[in-house]
Ligand binder design. Structure first.
Ligand SMILES: [Fe+2]
Length: 394
Protein backbone atom coordinates (compact mmCIF):
# COMPACT_ATOMS: atom_id res chain seq x y z
CA UNK A 1 0.00 0.00 0.00
CA UNK A 2 1.18 3.51 -0.78
CA UNK A 3 0.82 6.21 1.82
CA UNK A 4 -2.55 8.04 1.56
CA UNK A 5 -0.79 11.34 0.88
CA UNK A 6 2.21 11.91 -1.35
CA UNK A 7 3.80 14.44 -3.65
CA UNK A 8 5.91 13.79 -6.72
CA UNK A 9 8.18 16.33 -8.38
CA UNK A 10 10.73 16.15 -11.17
CA UNK A 11 11.12 19.25 -13.34
CA UNK A 12 14.41 18.10 -14.94
CA UNK A 13 14.37 17.88 -18.74
CA UNK A 14 16.07 14.63 -19.77
CA UNK A 15 17.82 14.49 -23.14
CA UNK A 16 18.99 10.98 -23.92
CA UNK A 17 20.51 9.28 -26.93
CA UNK A 18 23.48 8.84 -29.21
CA UNK A 19 23.67 12.51 -30.24
CA UNK A 20 22.35 13.97 -27.00
CA UNK A 21 25.46 16.11 -26.46
CA UNK A 22 24.90 17.91 -29.76
CA UNK A 23 21.55 19.18 -28.46
CA UNK A 24 23.13 21.11 -25.60
CA UNK A 25 23.76 24.38 -27.52
CA UNK A 26 20.09 24.58 -28.50
CA UNK A 27 19.02 23.88 -24.93
CA UNK A 28 21.44 26.46 -23.54
CA UNK A 29 19.93 28.94 -25.98
CA UNK A 30 16.42 28.31 -24.67
CA UNK A 31 17.76 29.39 -21.26
CA UNK A 32 19.40 32.50 -22.74
CA UNK A 33 22.88 31.09 -22.04
CA UNK A 34 25.96 30.75 -24.24
CA UNK A 35 28.99 30.93 -21.93
CA UNK A 36 28.94 27.84 -19.68
CA UNK A 37 31.55 27.11 -17.02
CA UNK A 38 32.43 23.44 -17.43
CA UNK A 39 32.92 21.73 -14.05
CA UNK A 40 34.67 18.35 -14.01
CA UNK A 41 37.54 16.39 -12.43
CA UNK A 42 40.97 15.26 -13.56
CA UNK A 43 39.87 11.65 -14.13
CA UNK A 44 37.06 12.67 -16.47
CA UNK A 45 39.37 15.07 -18.31
CA UNK A 46 42.11 12.43 -18.53
CA UNK A 47 39.63 9.99 -20.05
CA UNK A 48 39.10 12.43 -22.94
CA UNK A 49 35.46 13.17 -22.13
CA UNK A 50 35.89 16.94 -21.90
CA UNK A 51 37.08 17.03 -25.52
CA UNK A 52 33.99 15.09 -26.61
CA UNK A 53 31.72 17.57 -24.80
CA UNK A 54 33.50 20.73 -26.00
CA UNK A 55 33.52 19.41 -29.59
CA UNK A 56 29.77 18.80 -29.39
CA UNK A 57 29.24 22.30 -27.98
CA UNK A 58 31.37 23.99 -30.62
CA UNK A 59 29.44 22.15 -33.35
CA UNK A 60 26.54 24.30 -32.14
CA UNK A 61 28.69 27.45 -31.94
CA UNK A 62 29.03 27.42 -28.15
CA UNK A 63 32.55 28.05 -26.86
CA UNK A 64 33.39 27.07 -23.31
CA UNK A 65 35.14 30.11 -21.77
CA UNK A 66 36.56 28.22 -18.76
CA UNK A 67 36.99 24.67 -17.45
CA UNK A 68 37.31 23.90 -13.73
CA UNK A 69 38.77 20.38 -13.54
CA UNK A 70 39.99 20.34 -9.95
CA UNK A 71 37.05 18.66 -8.18
CA UNK A 72 38.36 16.07 -5.66
CA UNK A 73 36.42 12.90 -4.72
CA UNK A 74 35.26 14.61 -1.50
CA UNK A 75 34.54 18.23 -2.41
CA UNK A 76 34.79 21.23 -0.07
CA UNK A 77 33.70 24.84 0.35
CA UNK A 78 37.21 25.91 -0.74
CA UNK A 79 36.88 24.06 -4.04
CA UNK A 80 33.42 25.53 -4.60
CA UNK A 81 34.72 29.07 -3.98
CA UNK A 82 37.60 28.53 -6.46
CA UNK A 83 35.23 27.33 -9.17
CA UNK A 84 32.87 30.27 -8.49
CA UNK A 85 35.83 32.65 -8.88
CA UNK A 86 36.65 31.12 -12.28
CA UNK A 87 33.00 31.51 -13.33
CA UNK A 88 33.04 35.22 -12.46
CA UNK A 89 36.48 35.92 -13.95
CA UNK A 90 35.32 34.52 -17.29
CA UNK A 91 31.91 36.17 -17.33
CA UNK A 92 30.10 32.81 -17.54
CA UNK A 93 26.31 32.64 -17.63
CA UNK A 94 25.59 28.96 -16.94
CA UNK A 95 27.14 25.72 -15.61
CA UNK A 96 27.72 22.38 -17.35
CA UNK A 97 28.80 19.61 -14.96
CA UNK A 98 30.56 16.60 -16.51
CA UNK A 99 31.26 13.84 -13.99
CA UNK A 100 30.01 11.66 -11.16
CA UNK A 101 28.49 12.44 -7.77
CA UNK A 102 31.22 14.72 -6.41
CA UNK A 103 31.43 16.85 -9.58
CA UNK A 104 27.65 17.23 -9.68
CA UNK A 105 27.43 18.15 -5.97
CA UNK A 106 30.23 20.68 -6.40
CA UNK A 107 28.55 22.23 -9.44
CA UNK A 108 25.26 22.56 -7.53
CA UNK A 109 27.06 24.44 -4.77
CA UNK A 110 28.93 26.62 -7.28
CA UNK A 111 25.56 27.54 -8.75
CA UNK A 112 24.43 28.78 -5.33
CA UNK A 113 27.40 31.16 -5.04
CA UNK A 114 27.36 32.49 -8.60
CA UNK A 115 23.58 33.02 -8.49
CA UNK A 116 23.23 34.44 -4.98
CA UNK A 117 26.58 36.30 -4.89
CA UNK A 118 29.35 36.30 -2.30
CA UNK A 119 31.43 33.40 -1.06
CA UNK A 120 29.56 32.40 2.10
CA UNK A 121 28.18 29.02 1.10
CA UNK A 122 27.35 28.20 4.73
CA UNK A 123 24.59 30.86 4.68
CA UNK A 124 22.58 28.67 2.29
CA UNK A 125 23.03 25.38 4.16
CA UNK A 126 19.92 23.44 5.17
CA UNK A 127 16.50 22.80 3.67
CA UNK A 128 14.60 25.29 1.50
CA UNK A 129 16.86 28.25 2.31
CA UNK A 130 17.12 29.19 -1.38
CA UNK A 131 14.11 31.20 -2.53
CA UNK A 132 14.59 31.71 -6.28
CA UNK A 133 15.86 29.91 -9.38
CA UNK A 134 19.62 29.75 -9.93
CA UNK A 135 21.66 30.05 -13.15
CA UNK A 136 21.01 27.59 -16.02
CA UNK A 137 22.51 24.28 -14.93
CA UNK A 138 23.12 21.22 -17.13
CA UNK A 139 24.39 17.87 -15.83
CA UNK A 140 26.16 15.24 -17.95
CA UNK A 141 26.71 12.13 -15.77
CA UNK A 142 29.80 10.03 -16.52
CA UNK A 143 28.71 7.19 -14.22
CA UNK A 144 25.34 5.42 -14.18
CA UNK A 145 24.53 5.30 -10.49
CA UNK A 146 24.11 8.29 -8.21
CA UNK A 147 21.07 9.83 -9.88
CA UNK A 148 22.38 13.25 -8.74
CA UNK A 149 21.26 14.69 -12.08
CA UNK A 150 17.67 14.49 -10.81
CA UNK A 151 18.05 15.16 -7.07
CA UNK A 152 17.59 18.40 -5.16
CA UNK A 153 20.41 17.86 -2.67
CA UNK A 154 24.15 18.32 -2.44
CA UNK A 155 26.70 17.84 0.34
CA UNK A 156 29.93 19.82 0.60
CA UNK A 157 32.60 19.57 3.29
CA UNK A 158 33.40 22.65 5.35
CA UNK A 159 37.07 21.98 6.10
CA UNK A 160 37.47 24.79 8.67
CA UNK A 161 34.48 23.64 10.73
CA UNK A 162 35.20 19.94 10.09
CA UNK A 163 31.59 19.22 9.13
CA UNK A 164 29.64 18.24 6.04
CA UNK A 165 27.15 20.88 4.91
CA UNK A 166 23.91 19.55 3.42
CA UNK A 167 21.90 21.68 0.98
CA UNK A 168 18.33 20.77 0.01
CA UNK A 169 16.29 22.87 -2.40
CA UNK A 170 14.19 22.39 -5.51
CA UNK A 171 16.36 25.12 -7.05
CA UNK A 172 19.39 22.79 -6.93
CA UNK A 173 17.72 20.51 -9.48
CA UNK A 174 19.45 20.84 -12.86
CA UNK A 175 17.47 22.32 -15.74
CA UNK A 176 18.69 19.57 -18.07
CA UNK A 177 20.21 16.10 -17.62
CA UNK A 178 22.03 14.82 -20.71
CA UNK A 179 22.48 11.05 -21.08
CA UNK A 180 24.82 10.16 -23.91
CA UNK A 181 26.49 6.72 -24.02
CA UNK A 182 29.77 8.29 -25.17
CA UNK A 183 30.20 9.52 -21.59
CA UNK A 184 30.03 6.06 -19.95
CA UNK A 185 31.54 3.76 -22.61
CA UNK A 186 34.98 3.83 -20.97
CA UNK A 187 33.86 3.32 -17.36
CA UNK A 188 35.90 0.35 -16.00
CA UNK A 189 33.99 -2.88 -15.15
CA UNK A 190 34.34 -2.52 -11.37
CA UNK A 191 32.82 0.98 -11.31
CA UNK A 192 30.24 0.05 -13.92
CA UNK A 193 29.06 -2.76 -11.63
CA UNK A 194 29.29 -0.74 -8.40
CA UNK A 195 27.40 2.28 -9.75
CA UNK A 196 24.74 0.05 -11.33
CA UNK A 197 24.18 -1.56 -7.92
CA UNK A 198 23.83 1.92 -6.41
CA UNK A 199 21.10 2.67 -8.96
CA UNK A 200 19.44 -0.70 -8.30
CA UNK A 201 19.50 -0.01 -4.56
CA UNK A 202 17.92 3.44 -5.01
CA UNK A 203 15.07 1.80 -6.89
CA UNK A 204 14.67 -1.12 -4.45
CA UNK A 205 14.71 1.11 -1.37
CA UNK A 206 12.26 3.59 -2.98
CA UNK A 207 9.92 0.69 -3.86
CA UNK A 208 10.07 -1.06 -0.49
CA UNK A 209 10.25 2.00 1.79
CA UNK A 210 7.60 3.75 3.85
CA UNK A 211 7.41 6.76 1.48
CA UNK A 212 6.69 4.78 -1.69
CA UNK A 213 4.03 6.13 -4.04
CA UNK A 214 2.51 4.88 -7.31
CA UNK A 215 4.47 7.26 -9.54
CA UNK A 216 7.88 6.59 -8.01
CA UNK A 217 7.00 2.84 -8.05
CA UNK A 218 6.70 3.04 -11.85
CA UNK A 219 10.14 4.62 -12.17
CA UNK A 220 11.64 2.19 -9.64
CA UNK A 221 10.42 -1.02 -11.29
CA UNK A 222 11.41 0.22 -14.77
CA UNK A 223 14.89 1.09 -13.45
CA UNK A 224 15.33 -2.33 -11.79
CA UNK A 225 14.41 -4.11 -15.03
CA UNK A 226 16.91 -2.04 -17.03
CA UNK A 227 19.74 -2.83 -14.60
CA UNK A 228 18.82 -6.54 -14.40
CA UNK A 229 18.64 -6.94 -18.18
CA UNK A 230 21.72 -4.90 -19.11
CA UNK A 231 24.41 -5.04 -16.45
CA UNK A 232 25.87 -8.48 -17.25
CA UNK A 233 25.88 -7.91 -21.05
CA UNK A 234 27.64 -4.54 -20.53
CA UNK A 235 30.30 -6.14 -18.34
CA UNK A 236 30.79 -8.81 -20.99
CA UNK A 237 30.94 -6.23 -23.80
CA UNK A 238 31.82 -2.82 -22.29
CA UNK A 239 31.56 -1.02 -25.65
CA UNK A 240 27.89 -1.91 -26.10
CA UNK A 241 26.61 1.66 -26.44
CA UNK A 242 22.85 0.90 -26.58
CA UNK A 243 23.05 -1.06 -23.30
CA UNK A 244 25.27 1.63 -21.73
CA UNK A 245 22.47 4.08 -22.52
CA UNK A 246 19.97 1.72 -20.86
CA UNK A 247 22.08 1.73 -17.67
CA UNK A 248 22.26 5.54 -17.77
CA UNK A 249 18.49 5.71 -18.11
CA UNK A 250 18.11 3.25 -15.23
CA UNK A 251 20.25 5.43 -12.97
CA UNK A 252 18.24 8.54 -13.81
CA UNK A 253 14.91 6.75 -13.36
CA UNK A 254 16.04 5.28 -10.04
CA UNK A 255 17.18 8.79 -9.07
CA UNK A 256 13.71 10.17 -9.83
CA UNK A 257 12.20 7.35 -7.73
CA UNK A 258 14.33 7.86 -4.63
CA UNK A 259 14.37 11.66 -4.79
CA UNK A 260 10.60 11.38 -4.28
CA UNK A 261 10.37 8.29 -2.05
CA UNK A 262 13.67 8.34 -0.17
CA UNK A 263 15.98 5.44 0.63
CA UNK A 264 16.38 3.25 3.74
CA UNK A 265 18.62 1.10 5.91
CA UNK A 266 20.94 0.05 3.06
CA UNK A 267 21.90 3.69 2.60
CA UNK A 268 22.03 4.45 6.33
CA UNK A 269 24.49 1.58 6.92
CA UNK A 270 26.28 2.18 3.61
CA UNK A 271 26.96 5.86 4.36
CA UNK A 272 28.44 4.76 7.66
CA UNK A 273 30.63 2.02 6.13
CA UNK A 274 31.82 4.57 3.56
CA UNK A 275 32.65 7.20 6.19
CA UNK A 276 34.50 4.85 8.54
CA UNK A 277 36.09 2.28 6.21
CA UNK A 278 36.29 4.29 2.93
CA UNK A 279 34.53 1.63 0.88
CA UNK A 280 33.07 3.09 -2.38
CA UNK A 281 29.35 3.86 -2.06
CA UNK A 282 28.17 1.47 -4.78
CA UNK A 283 30.16 -1.38 -3.24
CA UNK A 284 28.51 -0.73 0.14
CA UNK A 285 25.11 -0.85 -1.56
CA UNK A 286 25.81 -4.12 -3.33
CA UNK A 287 27.18 -5.77 -0.19
CA UNK A 288 24.37 -4.67 2.15
CA UNK A 289 21.26 -4.84 -0.07
CA UNK A 290 20.30 -8.54 0.39
CA UNK A 291 20.96 -8.48 4.13
CA UNK A 292 18.75 -5.42 4.64
CA UNK A 293 16.02 -6.95 2.49
CA UNK A 294 16.17 -10.04 4.72
CA UNK A 295 15.80 -7.76 7.73
CA UNK A 296 12.79 -6.01 6.11
CA UNK A 297 11.30 -9.22 4.67
CA UNK A 298 8.34 -9.82 6.98
CA UNK A 299 7.25 -6.18 6.96
CA UNK A 300 7.51 -5.84 3.17
CA UNK A 301 6.90 -9.37 1.88
CA UNK A 302 4.50 -8.22 -0.88
CA UNK A 303 6.66 -5.39 -2.20
CA UNK A 304 9.85 -7.47 -2.16
CA UNK A 305 7.96 -10.31 -3.89
CA UNK A 306 6.79 -7.91 -6.63
CA UNK A 307 10.41 -7.07 -7.40
CA UNK A 308 10.88 -10.60 -8.75
CA UNK A 309 9.14 -9.51 -11.99
CA UNK A 310 11.58 -6.71 -13.00
CA UNK A 311 14.54 -8.58 -11.53
CA UNK A 312 14.03 -12.08 -12.97
CA UNK A 313 11.52 -11.64 -15.80
CA UNK A 314 7.96 -12.77 -16.43
CA UNK A 315 8.61 -16.53 -16.85
CA UNK A 316 10.24 -16.96 -13.45
CA UNK A 317 7.73 -14.60 -11.82
CA UNK A 318 4.75 -16.54 -13.23
CA UNK A 319 6.29 -19.89 -12.25
CA UNK A 320 6.79 -18.82 -8.63
CA UNK A 321 3.95 -19.01 -6.09
CA UNK A 322 3.08 -15.59 -4.73
CA UNK A 323 3.94 -16.77 -1.20
CA UNK A 324 7.49 -17.63 -2.33
CA UNK A 325 8.28 -14.61 -4.49
CA UNK A 326 9.95 -12.52 -1.78
CA UNK A 327 12.49 -15.28 -1.03
CA UNK A 328 12.99 -15.84 -4.76
CA UNK A 329 13.76 -12.13 -5.18
CA UNK A 330 16.59 -12.58 -2.69
CA UNK A 331 17.85 -15.67 -4.54
CA UNK A 332 18.02 -13.67 -7.78
CA UNK A 333 19.71 -10.75 -6.13
CA UNK A 334 22.41 -13.04 -4.74
CA UNK A 335 22.79 -14.68 -8.16
CA UNK A 336 23.30 -11.24 -9.73
CA UNK A 337 25.93 -10.38 -7.11
CA UNK A 338 27.75 -13.64 -7.81
CA UNK A 339 27.85 -12.71 -11.50
CA UNK A 340 29.18 -9.22 -10.72
CA UNK A 341 31.82 -10.77 -8.44
CA UNK A 342 32.92 -13.10 -11.24
CA UNK A 343 32.89 -10.47 -14.01
CA UNK A 344 34.05 -7.33 -12.17
CA UNK A 345 35.40 -8.42 -8.79
CA UNK A 346 32.57 -6.65 -6.94
CA UNK A 347 32.69 -7.80 -3.28
CA UNK A 348 29.67 -9.63 -1.83
CA UNK A 349 30.48 -9.25 1.84
CA UNK A 350 32.10 -6.63 4.04
CA UNK A 351 35.09 -8.91 4.59
CA UNK A 352 35.52 -9.37 0.82
CA UNK A 353 36.04 -5.59 0.50
CA UNK A 354 39.29 -6.04 2.46
CA UNK A 355 38.72 -2.60 4.03
CA UNK A 356 36.41 -3.20 6.99
CA UNK A 357 38.02 -4.50 10.20
CA UNK A 358 35.47 -6.56 12.14
CA UNK A 359 36.14 -4.56 15.33
CA UNK A 360 34.86 -1.43 13.54
CA UNK A 361 31.33 -2.82 13.12
CA UNK A 362 30.05 -1.35 16.44
CA UNK A 363 31.28 2.14 15.40
CA UNK A 364 29.67 1.72 11.98
CA UNK A 365 26.36 0.65 13.56
CA UNK A 366 26.39 3.58 16.00
CA UNK A 367 27.10 6.15 13.27
CA UNK A 368 24.30 4.75 11.08
CA UNK A 369 21.72 5.56 13.76
CA UNK A 370 22.17 9.29 12.99
CA UNK A 371 21.37 8.82 9.29
CA UNK A 372 18.16 10.37 7.98
CA UNK A 373 17.59 7.41 5.64
CA UNK A 374 16.51 5.31 8.65
CA UNK A 375 13.25 7.27 8.87
CA UNK A 376 11.75 5.69 5.76
CA UNK A 377 13.04 2.15 6.28
CA UNK A 378 9.99 -0.12 6.75
CA UNK A 379 11.38 -1.68 9.94
CA UNK A 380 12.84 0.40 12.75
CA UNK A 381 16.47 -0.31 13.53
CA UNK A 382 18.25 0.39 16.82
CA UNK A 383 21.92 -0.24 17.53
CA UNK A 384 21.52 -3.99 18.12
CA UNK A 385 19.60 -4.55 14.87
CA UNK A 386 22.00 -2.41 12.81
CA UNK A 387 24.96 -4.33 14.24
CA UNK A 388 23.25 -7.67 13.57
CA UNK A 389 22.74 -6.77 9.88
CA UNK A 390 26.40 -5.72 9.61
CA UNK A 391 27.52 -9.00 11.28
CA UNK A 392 25.47 -10.99 8.78
CA UNK A 393 26.92 -8.96 5.90
CA UNK A 394 30.44 -9.60 7.13
FE1 LIG B 1 23.12 5.66 -3.30
Amino acid sequence: MSSPYFSFFCPVKVIAGFKALEHIPYELGTHGAKRPLLVTDRGVRGAGLVEIVTAALSSGSVTVPAIFDDVPPDSSTTVVAEAARLYRQNDCDSIVAVGGGSVIDTAKAVNILVSEGGDNLRAYCGASVLKRPLRPFFVLPTTSGTGSEVTSVCVVKDIEAGVKLPFVSQYLLPNVAVLDPRLTLGLPPFFTAATAMDALTHAVEAFTGLAKNPISDAYATAAIKKVAVNIVPVLTNPKDAPRRLELALAATMAGIAFSNSMVGLVHALGHSVGAIAHVPHGVCMSVLLPYVLEYNLDARRDAIGELLLPLAGSDIYAATRSSERAEKTLVHLRKLRDELFALAGLPRTLSETGKVPREKLPDIARLALDDGALVTNPVEAQYEQALAVLERAY
